[in-house]
Write a protein that binds this ligand. Structure first.
Ligand code: NAD
Length: 282
């Protein structure tokens, strides 16, 4: 199937980035949010981001103009009826996503593939809300979307091979490198990354080394571009805690228990960069 029009549900941080890369790749993009302000912010942010790329000579001015002309915004779900592929990137909430998906399936064309950008909801569970779950899949982009190369493509139990192949092709078409993953909490990257950061917090809590020494250790000894504690501050300690709690609850394995110091920091309101204080002061 030739994909010409991509629908995007949710124009927050992720939906905005996804809209930008799809438009730059020459696709028609329809972005739907329930919030008019979020849609206006998305267009402003994409315009600024594309202007920067033109300044840096990464894209031609004509590409910026064409990309902006190919994006339409709407608050109406039925405006997505012409989409060949729809990516759901709304607020991370199971009930909300289930409601959106049901409504989406009722207006989408029969051949349309529906993908979710969820980080933590089971793709298999979401697929089960649809009457054609074989056309449903996870497409997990990374933040900031225009910069990060990876997309995890998550097969629900119900996902067909044809759906997987078309989604993989779309990921490549928008300039990303896809990896295929079976549905499981955290998929691949967060499953490895978050327990590693949690372990760094245990190391700090046990007083084995200072925050600076732990971060220097992983930067210089494992060639990581940023230390795990500085990265935790960047992600947000509340987000980190929520992810570890999901792993702990879903796998029922004590190896995923959140570090008590992580819980303590969140209780204190020290959430990282966004509150000016986490493991470091900002
Ligand atoms: P966000 O809060 O920035 O944006 C969510 C948007 O969804 C908001 O603009 C909100 O108005 C909109 N929305 C809510 N209900 C809606 C509805 N019924 N219809 C249409 N739009 C609706 O969130 P985000 O960070 O962009 O995350 C979106 C999704 O992407 C989540 O599932 C999240 O888990 C996932 N994700 C986030 C990141 C990240 O780093 N932030 C990374 C990968 C995946």
């Amino acid at each position: 199937m030739a994909i010409e029009t991509v629908g995007i549900i949710g124009s927050g941080l992720m939906g905005t980035g996804i809209a930008q890369i799809c438009a730059v790749a020459g696709l028609k993009v329809i972005v739907r949010d329930i919030n008019e302000d979020a849609l206006a912010r998305a267009i402003k942010s994409i315009t600024a981001s594309l202007s920067k790329l033109v300044e840096k000579q990464k894209i031609e001015d004509s590409v910026k103009t064409a990309a902006l002309a190919s994006i339409t915004t709407t608050t109406e779900m039925k405006a997505l009826a012409s989409a060949d592929f729809i990516i759901e990137a709304a607020t991370e909430n199971l009930g909300l996503k289930q409601t959106i998906l049901k409504e989406m399936e009722s207006i989408a064309s029969p051949s349309c593939i529906i993908a979710t950008n969820t980080s933590s909801v089971s793709v298999t569970k979401l697929a089960a809300t649809l009457s054609k779950p074989d056309r449903f899949i996870g497409m997990h982009f990374f933040n900031p979307v225009p910069v990060m190369s990876l997309v995890e493509i998550i097969r629900a139990v119900q996902t067909s091979e044809a759906t997987f192949a078309e989604t993989e092709a779309l990921a490549r078409r928008v300039g990303k490198t896809p990896i295929g993953v079976k549905n499981a909490p955290g998929f691949v990257v967060n499953r490895i990354l978050c327990p590693m950061i949690n372990e760094a917090i245990f190391v700090l809590q046990e007083g084995l080394a200072s925050r600076e020494e732990i971060d220097a250790g992983m930067k210089l000894g494992a060639n990581h571009p940023i230390g795990p504690l500085a990265l935790a501050d960047l992600i947000g300690l509340d987000t980190m805690l929520a992810v570890m709690n999901v792993f702990y609850a879903d796998f029922k394995d004590p190896k995923y228990r959140p570090a008590p110091l992580l819980q303590e920091m969140v209780d204190a309101g020290y959430l990282g960069r966004k509150t000016g204080r986490g493991f470091y002061q900002y």
